[in-house]
Design a protein around this ligand. Structure first.
Ligand SMILES: C[S@@+](CC[C@H](N)C(=O)[O-])C[C@H]1O[C@@H](n2cnc3c(N)ncnc32)[C@H](O)[C@@H]1O
Length: 268
């Protein structure tokens, strides 16, 4: 398969996303450490992205089969290209918002559920996909009060971007992420026998403040890339950079403190 580039349909760009690979892997490692091995079992990884972390999940938890599910053609193409030879590991297209499974030993989702509305129903649906003693594990960013997130919304409301977006600014994903205590309550209500829920701040030392722009271009700004023409998206990025540097200052290095919520539960 040839090199994969971003498509205007899904907006995800594997190369952009992987620029901060080691930083993005830290919360995955912590989530993985909470999970119990499922030798010979079945795992689904929702929003698997490039599949590199799905491969580690599959190997470390010793499942017989692991299926990575993602809605992005670009991300899936990269996952299949890189991991097609790993026994028991497959990838398929699917939408987490409507995904259904059954009899699984682990449903896992790292940095993907923030793209889905209504976490109450989402978690209930994920729970029904489990075997009686199954595990649920997910990690969601909770950085929505940081200027890097707030400014995207603010700039989108400025002219000419608001007009280019037809007055319809991509929704603030922070609205859909619940508090850690609410996730804990929900897991309990869904029948969790054991659970760990924690909020953690991951400190990333980036080369400069400007690198924050590269970081959010790999994730948060994806919906803007889809909705704006290439020229308008470039102009949006320039204005966003200008506002970000004003707000955070031009620092080298820049310390990017990133809040995330990690949840693990075992049922039965
Ligand atoms: C931030 S990336 C995380 C990828 C991977 N889990 C990791 O930790 O490296 C989010 C992924 O979720 C996928 N995604 C977003 N919305 C989705 C949806 N509704 N259904 C399936 N996948 C989705 C994106 O395509 C992207 O690959």
């Amino acid at each position: 398969m040839s090199a994969v580039t971003v498509t205007p349909i899904d907006g995800w760009n594997p190369e952009q996303y992987e620029r901060f690979r080691s930083e993005r892997q830290q919360p995955f490692n912590d989530l993985l450490a909470l999970c119990q091995p499922v030798p010979g079992g079945r795992i689904v990884d929702l929003g698997c992205g490039t599949g590199d972390l799905t491969n580690i999940l599959h190997r470390d938890l010793r499942s017989a089969t692991t299926v990575g599910v993602d809605s992005s053609d670009a991300m899936l193409a990269r996952a299949i290209e890189t991991h097609a030879d790993t026994e028991g590991l497959t990838f398929e297209e699917g939408d987490i918002a409507t995904w259904l499974g059954e009899g699984l030993d682990l449903v896992f989702a790292n940095a993907s559920l923030q793209w889905i509305d209504d976490h109450l129903n989402l978690l209930a649906r994920m729970r029904t996909a489990l075997s009686p003693y199954g595990q649920l594990a997910f990690q969601v960013p909770a950085n929505y009060r940081h200027p890097s997130h707030l400014l995207a919304h603010q700039v989108a409301n400025e002219s000419p971007f608001i007009d280019a977006l037809d007055g319809d600014v991509p929704s603030d994903r922070g609205r859909f992420v619940l508090s850690p205590e609410l996730y804990a309550d929900l897991l309990y209500e869904l029948g969790a026998r054991e659970q760990v829920v924690r909020m953690e701040v991951y400190g990333h030392e980036l080369a400069s403040t400007d690198e924050v722009v590269q970081w959010v271009m790999g994730t948060l700004l994806t919906p803007y890339r889809i909705r704006l023409s290439p020229n308008m998206f470039d102009a949006f990025i320039e204005r966003y950079r200008e506002r970000l540097l004003e707000e955070l200052g031009e620092r080298e290095p820049y310390f990017y403190g990133y809040r995330r919520i990690l949840c693990w539960a075992r049922f039965g």
